[in-house]
Ligand binder design. Structure first.
Ligand SMILES: [Zn+2]
Length: 308
């Protein structure tokens, strides 16, 4: 049975704030023809430059995956890419009137809901997969990172994180089939350690951050004075640390929500290969840098095989 490529039935927009810039903006998923792939368009810039969501266009993986081309950039694309892959969308033009994707709640949930609302249309072209024919492994010893993919009839992942911290030790998340993405993976929110968050706030590296778009882990005692400062920063009457080391009034959707979020990021980053993959991924301590490097290795292997 052949599968057909898809796009959105109608355009659909999402409004929201960028995490790093704090700017409010609109992102619109526009339907696109077969073999178009996923592209981003900066409609706020002169000439409305288009950036292909490909591994070649990755220009930074610092706190998120950023793509750029011809002087135009789009930051933090990974949660949108994950939603498109998770909903089996092959073709879309993602229009933005700012340089960053809205962070929303730090998950892919709002993007998945928007795609559902727009509807999915089949196109008159066959879907092509990247089929993994041999095991591919990558290790980054200084980060204790190891990622492997082996042949499989489906796309499945098993992701383990270990921050070697009292509040966030080793945990694993798995996804056996992309059908599980909307319910099990897409609502899982990003997370940050309090010391990182404070560094980002003090250095003006995040502006859109509030207590609704990241799970904040606290691995030390915080003096009341600092609690008050954070309450001010977050515009809340007060903040506190819950028993499981999580700051604020968020509760986890799943015990292993952080590992599930890293799995989500990985799905998004691997979709920069331009086509869905058939293969089983096992990842230990992944991150945007490792994910995109791994995608590059897969991409190189494929082009070698194609030229054989
Ligand atoms: Zn993420």
């Amino acid at each position: 049975m052949t599968e057909r490529q898809t796009t959105l039935e109608v355009p659909v927009s999402i409004e929201g704030q960028g995490l790093h810039t704090g700017t409010m903006g609109t992102m619109t998923f526009q339907p696109a023809p077969a073999n178009h792939g996923i592209k981003f368009k900066r409609i706020d810039l002169k000439g409305q430059p288009v950036i292909d969501a490909t591994i070649e266009n990755v220009i930074s993986t610092d706190r998120g995956t950023c793509i750029g081309n011809n002087g135009a950039k789009v930051y933090t694309i990974e949660h949108v890419m994950a939603a498109l892959r998770g909903m089996n969308i092959d073709n879309a033009m993602v229009e933005l009137n700012m340089e960053e994707v809205p962070i929303k709640d730090g998950s892919s949930k709002f993007f998945v809901e928007a795609i559902k609302k727009a509807g999915i249309k089949e196109l008159n072209a066959e879907r092509e997969y990247i089929e993994i024919t041999e095991n591919i492994t990558m290790e980054i010893p200084e980060k204790k990172t190891k990622i492997e993919i082996r042949p499989s009839k489906r796309f499945s992942l098993s992701v383990t994180i270990d921050f070697e911290s009292r509040v966030l030790g080793e945990q694993t998340a798995t996804m056996d089939d992309i059908k599980e993405f909307p319910v099990k993976i897409s609502p899982c929110r990003t997370f940050v350690f309090l010391h990182e968050l404070e560094f980002l706030l003090k250095n003006d590296l995040i502006k859109g951050g509030d207590l609704n778009n990241a799970i904040v882990f606290v691995n030390r005692q915080i003096p009341q004075e600092e609690m008050n400062y954070l309450a001010d920063m977050f515009n809340k009457p007060r903040v506190k640390v819950n028993g499981n080391g999580i700051l604020n009034n968020l509760s986890l959707y799943f015990d292993n929500e952080p590992a599930r979020h890293k799995l989500l990021d990985m799905i998004g980053d691997l979709y920069l290969l331009g086509k869905p993959i058939k293969g089983h991924v096992t990842a230990y301590r992944p991150g945007h840098h490792a994910n995109t490097e791994f995608a590059r290795i897969i991409s190189d292997k494929i082009s070698v095989l194609a030229n054989d």
